[in-house]
Write a protein that binds this ligand. Sequence first.
Ligand code: ATP
Ligand code: MG
Length: 429
Amino acid sequence: MVDRIQSIRGMHDILPEAGAAWSWLEATIREVVESYGYQKIRLPIVEKTELFARSIGEVTDIVEKEMYTFADRNGESLTLRPEGTAGCVRSGIEHGFLHNQLVRIWYSGPMFRHERPQKGRYRQFYQMGAETFGMEGPAIDAELILMTARLWRALGLGGLRLELNSLGNAEARAAYRDELQSFLRSRRDELDEDSRRRLESNPLRVLDSKDPDTREVLREAPQLLEALDESSREHFEGLCELLSSAGIEYVINPRLVRGLDYYSRTVFEWVTDALGAQGTVCAGGRYDALVSQLGGRETPACGFAMGIERLLALLEAQDLLPAPAVPRVYVLSQGAAARREALHIAEAVREARPELGVQVYCGEGGLKAQMKRADRSGAEVALILGEQEVVEGMVTVRALRGEATQNMVAQTALLAELLRHCPMDQEGR
Ligand code: ATP
Ligand code: MG
């Protein structure tokens, strides 16, 4: 036997049975973001490595050890995108749609990070994200958070907690960085290895550590919120006020920093306790310096990204996922003429009632074998065409659920008969 080729560790097939849940989630996301006037952008999955190194930051988990980087055939270093923001900014600068405009865009698609695979953490995973440009005040931060809150409501999700923090502007962060660094140096021996290294290269990232001993030390660390510059403080207070007046509950988490360097001022996460260590479903914030850092003119910016797999896991835990979609009508036939007729009738039903879903048996089995398939398909009604039906212009309609009734009707009366078996839902479909 030849060896079977397996998928790559941490990269999963999304199988057909999960299709309905994914489609429903994607459709709901789209409805919500479009109701806020966001336009979808579709960008390449591969970008120049330098784009991510310059935006995400050299001393971050992603750039240090998680990127899928390879040399193109001409020797240029390329990377599979680990996140979506850098590409949006690159595109905005390249096509000039950021400057002097108020921009609201969104994206969705696969991202790639070479992390240790575990539940809720994969090497290819899907994100949906929104990015806004040109708006400086806290109203847009609030809008993005309101939009995510509306999505949770549209999905029926509960149990998500909004955590907020502000990182201040670049100067405030630099001053705080020094203060934090001297504190951490004084407690160096108590830190985990990664944090000891980061303490020198990027001490803010230590705040993000998941190591229990390091977290213990951090409880006594100086707090970023106390070091905020005046205008960032106003911005943060403005945001808190807008959220309160919109009825959005939040908790201020002074240790929330986010794993990417480009954030400034507002950072936020939607967190659940129901998914273990991988509890952040959605994360975002402001990145006012990124556009100029990538060569554009200074442009305020704010956005978020959410992990689709984590969202689905949470929906599943709350039993909110729709059942797999199955056709409600199954068409059986016997004989060449009936087979032809079966295709016509199926097309006619699809034309009139596209929401039903019609499946035609296309195998080689006899009627008995076909009936078994029809039963197993989950359909509610079987349409049976034999020689007699074809000659007489009739079709046999058989109920597959509940009481097994069967009657032959004229093909011209089929739609009315189907309506009896599969009534329209309240939306008139
Ligand atoms: P974490 O702290 O969990 O590693 P992060 O800070 O690296 O997350 P972001 O880069 O902000 O995450 O990505 C936004 C969201 O994308 C996360 O909140 C999470 O829901 C999802 N996400 C990030 N990395 C992965 C992954 N490897 N597998 C699945 N989902 C992920
Ligand atoms: Mg991460």
